[in-house]
Ligand binder design. Structure first.
Ligand code: ASP
Length: 329
């Protein structure tokens, strides 16, 4: 019989009303008991790691979760992580970089409505996630509302509906209906390399979203960061007339800051080579191209890459090398 480890971290799924609104306070054994009643063909153990709203999830918590999976890797056949939905996509992407060469599933789930409420999505999500965590596949996945999404491709796009997550710029891995798993793509089998933990981390990363009228001087205050992600317009447009941002960006790169350009558009990624307003920035060979990676993956990947090296060429190579389905280069 398969053995699953459920790691609980808090979130709405474990929240109950308190004096100041919903907060995680549910005894995690409630979730475990629910799964045990459902006669899954597996043994489930519970590890209550955190009890936080995922708003408070920090990169150091990603490391803790990854270390726990690594410590228990040989003991279990699959891992189910309950997590708040608000930052679940970031955690899923971070774990995709930290947990290398997985040959077992690491599945994140949560809910939009607390487990103890009458009309809740928690039970379906827990059950689906447990089913997927029993599959013979390797990788990090988000299971939510009957969808299985690659850990680097999930995005929370709805704040209230049960259908909170979408797979952005990548096909769904599978759909789950009445506990039947219907794969949409064929996952590659486990490679030769053994599983390993790789939790390099540098949190000195800043994210900036452009808007018409943004002041170039702002960028001169950003050189304390080691990495900057710019959510540019459309295919990678960065203003170069009027309030010209290009010299400021050049200056940051010359100071050794890793600059990644992405887009504010949800779908299809950037192509800096298309317009003059993109090419002006892309002509600097150290600018990092993110193509169709999602911001939720770019941030942890940049923290991970900068945790290994400050060399801009090496960071660029790591960022532009697809990992765990994060990019269609
Ligand atoms: N604020 C909650 C959290 O992210 C929302 C949720 O879990 O749905 O922890």
């Amino acid at each position: 019989m398969k053995k699953l480890l459920m790691i609980t971290t808090g979130g709405t799924i474990a929240s109950q009303p308190g004096h100041q609104g919903l907060a995680p306070s549910l005894d995690p054994t409630e979730l475990e008991k629910y799964l045990q009643q459902e006669n899954l063909q597996c043994m489930i153990s519970n590890y209550p790691l955190l009890s936080i709203d995922s708003t408070n999830m920090q990169p150091e918590h990603w490391v803790k979760i990854a270390e726990l999976v690594s410590q228990q890797y040989d003991e279990y056949d699959g891992f189910l992580i309950t997590h708040g939905t608000d930052t679940m996509a970031f955690t899923a992407a971070a774990l995709s970089y930290f947990l290398r060469n997985l040959s077992k599933p690491v599945v994140l789930t949560g809910s939009q409505v607390p487990f103890n409420y009458q009309k809740t999505d928690a039970k379906r999500n827990l059950l689906d996630a447990a089913h997927f965590a029993m599959e013979n596949v390797g990788g990090v996945f988000v299971v939510f509302n009957g969808k299985v999404i690659a850990g680097t491709r999930a995005m929370k796009i709805r704040t209230k509906s049960f259908d909170a997550f979408e797979s952005v710029n990548f096909p769904y891995i599978a759909f789950i209906n009445d506990q039947v798993i219907d794969y949409q793509i064929e996952l590659p089998g486990a490679g030769e390399s053994p599983f390993c933990l790789d939790t390099a981390l540098c949190t000195e990363v800043f994210l900036i979203k452009l808007y018409p009228g943004i002041r170039p001087e702002l960028f001169s205050h950003l050189s304390m960061y080691q990495g900057i992600v710019i959510e540019s317009f459309g295919n990678g447009g960065i203003p170069s007339h009027g309030r010209d941002l290009v010299p400021q960006i050049e200056s940051l790169v010359s100071k050794g800051v890793a600059v990644v350009v992405t887009t504010q558009c949800l779908q299809e990624g950037e192509d800096l080579s298309l317009y003059e307003v993109g090419r002006r920035v892309a002509q600097n060979p150290n600018i990092i191209i993110s193509k169709d990676m999602n911001t939720e993956a770019i941030i942890p990947k940049l923290m991970w890459a900068l945790g290994k090296t400050a060399d801009l060429g090496e960071v660029k190579t790591m960022m532009e090398t697809p990992l765990a389905f994060d990019c269609s280069f």
